[in-house]
Design a protein around this ligand. Structure first.
Ligand SMILES: N[C@@H](CCC(=O)N[C@@H](CS)C(=O)NCC(=O)O)C(=O)O
Length: 209
């Protein structure tokens, strides 16, 4: 059975548990990282030299990097569906996956760590404000992409949704003062994700900690 190593409140682990659940792939998840530790141990570092989560074990394959894992599982279990066969459709989704890492994750990290994992007296308010502005600027681009579409690639859930699911939940779920509210397509897409049982189980119903 597929084994997923990583704590369930990690935005990077959520990408993997959600895609596996969505495709009906049975898996066992092991708490590693954060308060659970274990990711600095030699046996873990032998599998993942970065000491980060997630890592997955699928038979004789050991794989790290959440987006590589999402692509691998989607191609293995839903080729032609969540993982499109058409090269151009796939390239479109690939760019939104890469964009999540390059454009969105840094401002969202500043928002999330600042407001959720830092006590009020220690918060860097300028950094949090800049994070909110940066995340809003990025999310406006996603909002534009979603115009007239149910999902990022069109009318069906795709591999590009999985990296973004945890971030959009934090965007709407963290108490952000004056959160910009000018992205109706983003909100509708988030509500659509929340209607999916697999998304609720692995993202929306997990406390933001
Ligand atoms: N680029 C990596 C980043 C992985 C990453 O930064 N994971 C964080 C959790 S979200 C981590 O392992 N932090 C240390 C810990 O949990 O102890 C990926 O996408 O898999």
């Amino acid at each position: 059975m597929l084994k997923i190593l990583g704590r369930n409140n990690s935005v990077n682990v959520m990408k993997v548990t959600w895609v596996a659940e969505e495709m009906g792939v049975p898996f066992e998840r092991v708490d590693i990282g954060g308060a659970f530790g274990g990711n600095d141990q030699p046996e873990y570092l032998a599998m993942n030299p970065n000491g980060k989560v997630p890592t997955v074990i699928d038979g004789d394959l050991v794989l790290w990097e959440s987006h590589a894992i999402v692509r691998y599982l989607a191609a293995k279990h839903d080729f032609g569906g969540i993982y499109p066969e058409d090269l151009k459709a796939r390239a479109n989704l690939d760019r939104w996956m890469d964009w999540t890492h390059t454009e969105l994750s840094t401002p969202m990290r500043d928002v999330f760590w600042g407001l959720v994992r830092t006590p009020p007296e220690k918060r860097n308010l300028d950094q949090i404000r800049a994070g909110v502005e940066g995340a809003a600027a990025a999310f406006r681009k996603l909002d534009a992409q979603l115009e007239g579409k149910a999902y990022i690639g069109g009318d069906r859930l795709s591999m590009a949704e999985f990296p973004l699911g945890g971030f959009v939940h934090r965007w709407f779920g963290v108490a952000i003062e004056n959160r910009p509210d000018d992205m109706p397509n983003l909100r509708a897409w988030y509500d659509r994700l929340c209607a999916r049982p697999a998304y609720r189980k692995h993202i929306a119903d997990i406390p933001i900690t």
